[in-house]
Write a new protein. Structure first.
Length: 325
């Protein structure tokens, strides 16, 4: 699709909140193209195309290039380069993980420090799970840091992803239509132009005041973000440190093999797979051994069976649907 507008958007948030599932989830009636998934450089890419408005002449055809930044300590020094040229940000948190919510001010300030006043949308992911954060707390973050809105979604609420992307595109387009001081406007547009300039200046000044009232400093923000990413890395190591090397290897194979729900294609929540793998319950141990045996057998499924057989663990939503029905 040819586009009238092409914008770079960064997607950030604490590890494990579901950013990649959100970014890569399929959306009906729109095109998502996986153009360069790569974990070795700390960022994945997706393209989202949409049309805003009605009619060929009035509609804005927009292409959002999404940069999904990986939440690893080793990639922190690359973040500022990855943010370069971004026109907006999606900051994600897990509604069932309070810590990921409490990290949001650091992510917001990091984006503002590197990009200035760009549209920021907060996205509460895994909304099919119990909330550990109240609506008032979330609203307070929105008002305090002057972000451009908050949405809640999960992989199974597909239309919300479409809505979120369109809303962010509208915000970015609106900001880019605010004329610069050098713009020579026609006489009839001067009043509107000056009003837009005043609004933009007011927003920038408002953010500067927020930074001062919260005593925020760019170097402090960088160090705070470093601590968040270190904490995530340490948490991963702590949970696996007592496992012998062969079990650590088996864990990585297990997580990778069962990362996708075979029914709906959603990314499974790693913390539940991890809990199952590390469980010392006899029933879980027996089931885990059977799963590994099936994993080995599945390598020959294509040669044995005419029909395609998919081996996997259902996600939370599909599990509930199967057993509730």
């Amino acid at each position: 699709m040819s586009a009238d507008w092409i914008f770079k958007i960064v997607v950030m948030g604490s590890a494990g909140v579901g950013k990649t599932s959100f970014v890569k989830g399929q959306i009906e009636h729109h095109d998502w193209h996986d153009i360069s998934p790569s974990h070795c450089i700390g960022v994945d890419f997706e393209i989202f195309n949409c049309t805003l408005g009605k009619g060929d002449e009035e509609a804005d055809r927009c292409k959002l290039i999404l940069w999904d930044l990986k939440s690893r300590h080793t990639f922190l020094e690359l973040y500022r380069y990855y943010l370069n040229g971004a026109c907006g940000a999606l900051l994600c948190f897990d509604v069932s993980n309070r810590q990921s919510f409490e990290d949001l001010p650091i992510w917001i300030n990091y984006v503002r420090s590197n990009l200035g006043y760009v549209p920021i949308m907060i996205v509460g992911l895994k909304s099919d799970l119990p909330f550990e954060v109240s609506a008032d707390e979330i609203e307070n973050i929105v008002n305090t840091y002057d972000v451009d809105g908050v949405f809640y979604t999960s992989y199974h609420i597909r239309f919300k992803k479409d809505v979120i992307m369109k809303e962010l595109a509208k915000k970015v387009i609106y900001q880019h239509r605010i004329p610069s001081e050098e713009t020579n406007d026609a006489e009839g547009d001067k009043e509107v132009s000056m009003a837009l300039k005043r609004k933009k200046l007011k927003l920038i000044n408002h953010f500067d005041n927020v930074r001062k009232s919260l005593h925020l400093d760019d170097s402090e923000t960088h160090e705070a973000l470093r601590n968040i990413l270190r904490r995530e890395d340490q948490n991963r190591c702590e949970e696996l440190k007592d496992l012998p090397p062969e079990e650590k290897d088996a864990y990585m194979v297990f997580i990778q093999f069962f990362s996708i729900c075979p029914i709906c294609g959603a990314h499974n929540h790693e913390k539940y797979l991890k809990r199952f793998f590390l469980s010392r319950d006899p029933v879980s141990n027996s089931l885990r051994k059977q799963l590994f045996a099936l994993m080995d057998e599945s390598q020959e499924f294509k040669e044995i069976y005419y029909n395609e057989i998919e081996l996997g663990i259902p996600c939370c939503a599909c599990f509930k649907k199967i057993f509730n029905d």
